[in-house]
Design a binder for this molecule. Structure first.
Ligand code: NAD
Length: 349
């Protein structure tokens, strides 16, 4: 991945348009499976990475975050926002872009949109966790919160875990209608529900993916029976959670990076020493995932930098020899590296 001095330092850039073309050329379910494979590979080498809770800048209406990590050879970061009020203004709740760089030279090797890619990587990570934690034979999922992430979450569960039925609920019926319409040809049964209680009927996987800047109770304690897997996606910020604390007390909780999840996840409501298992340890086999049919497993997802790093690696590998990127001239590269000023002078017309 090193850049020789004679090469012009152009940086491949994947626009939203090109990302969508790439998804179509690969096929979305194949891409979700492949992405989950990249994430799983990186979780297996978890200890190698630089890890830090993401750097968050909060305002009253949302959050802007930087998510850096490195495996010693490549360095990646994502810029991402979370603004639940945005949809009412015709804007996305979550938008993102990201960059991958070569650690040896420090030069960027990829700049890409990551709004689409975040939805894909979040869904792939959810399904990867469910593959290890959900009860055997789980084929029905309640999908509560039918916004931008919801179809991706559903398709990843289908592609990776064999989901057959999704039961949709959103407080806004128009969101449920949109999600059902988008999934109509996905090859799974789609059931529209009018309450969260109805959505969880017969479901072994309960996904909460709502956006509201408050400690909400999307699932109350009495709604959750034994033997289910909860995929909690929407609680990902201080003061923004989705589950009643009683559910956490009855569950085995699996997290990405505890120092970040304790700030941002469902467990922010729990004592500092609340026991959690790191998902990477389940994937390497160091720790047990699901023990028995009665256990409630809970993936307290907040989204961690390594998942974005995996997604950036995947896109870098996929765009080689394709037309799905343009080269950006974003690095000054004078012939004599010390003559940056001379390069400026010579450029004067
Ligand atoms: P979105 O705004 O497009 O959709 C959210 C949906 O939740 C909306 O349709 C809204 O009507 C619904 N909703 C809000 N309150 C509800 C309630 N009480 N009951 C039922 N439905 C309710 O947002 P999105 O892009 O789909 O993201 C969903 C959530 O996931 C956000 O909170 C976002 O921050 C989070 N997220 C997490 C990760 C992660 O890695 N864990 C990644 C991406 C997004």
């Amino acid at each position: 991945m090193t850049t020789t001095p004679s090469e012009k330092a152009l940086v491949p850039f994947v626009s939203v348009d090109n990302m969508m073309r790439l998804v179509h050329s690969i096929g979305i379910e194949t891409m979700l499976r492949d992405l989950a494979g990249y994430v799983e590979d990186d979780f297996k080498r978890w200890e190698l990475f630089d890890k830090t809770p993401r750097v968050a800048s909060h305002s009253e209406v949302g959050v802007i975050e930087l998510m850096p990590t490195s495996d010693g050879e490549a360095y990646g970061f994502k810029y991402v926002n979370g603004h639940p009020k945005n949809t009412s203004e015709g804007l996305q709740t979550v938008t993102a872009f990201g960059l991958l760089a070569d650690v040896y030279t420090g030069y960027p090797v990829l700049l890409t949109e990551m709004t689409m890619l975040t939805a894909l990587r979040t869904a792939a990570t959810s399904a990867m966790a469910a593959k290890y934690l959900a009860p055997k034979g789980a084929d029905t999922m309640a999908m509560i919160g039918n916004g931008a992430q919801s179809e991706f979450q559903t398709l990843a569960m289908k592609a990776i875990c064999g989901l057959k039925t999704v039961r949709l609920f959103d407080k806004d019926p128009a969101a449920t209608e949109k999600c059902a319409r988008n999934l109509a040809a996905a090859g799974i049964d789609v059931v529209r529900c009018t309450s969260p209680e109805q959505a969880i009927e017969g479901a072994q996987i309960l996904t909460t993916c709502t956006a509201d800047k408050q400690n909400a109770t999307i699932l109350s304690d009495n709604m959750v029976g034994s033997g289910v897997h909860i995929n909690a996606i929407g609680g990902d910020c201080p003061g923004k959670t989705e589950l009643a604390a009683g559910i956490l007390d009855r569950s085995d909780v699996f997290v990405e990076f505890p120092p970040q999840t304790r700030i941002e996840g469902e467990i922010q409501k729990m004592p500092e020493d609340f026991a959690v298992t790191e998902l990477w340890e389940v994937i390497t086999g160091a720790k047990q995932g699901r023990r028995d049919d009665k256990q409630i497993t809970l993936f307290d997802s907040v989204g961690f930098a390594i998942e974005d790093f995996s997604a950036l690696r995947y896109i870098r590998d996929q765009i080689k020899n394709t037309e799905f990127f343009i080269d950006l001239d974003m690095l000054a590269d004078p012939d004599d590296p010390r003559d940056l000023f001379g390069m400026l002078q010579r450029s004067k017309v």
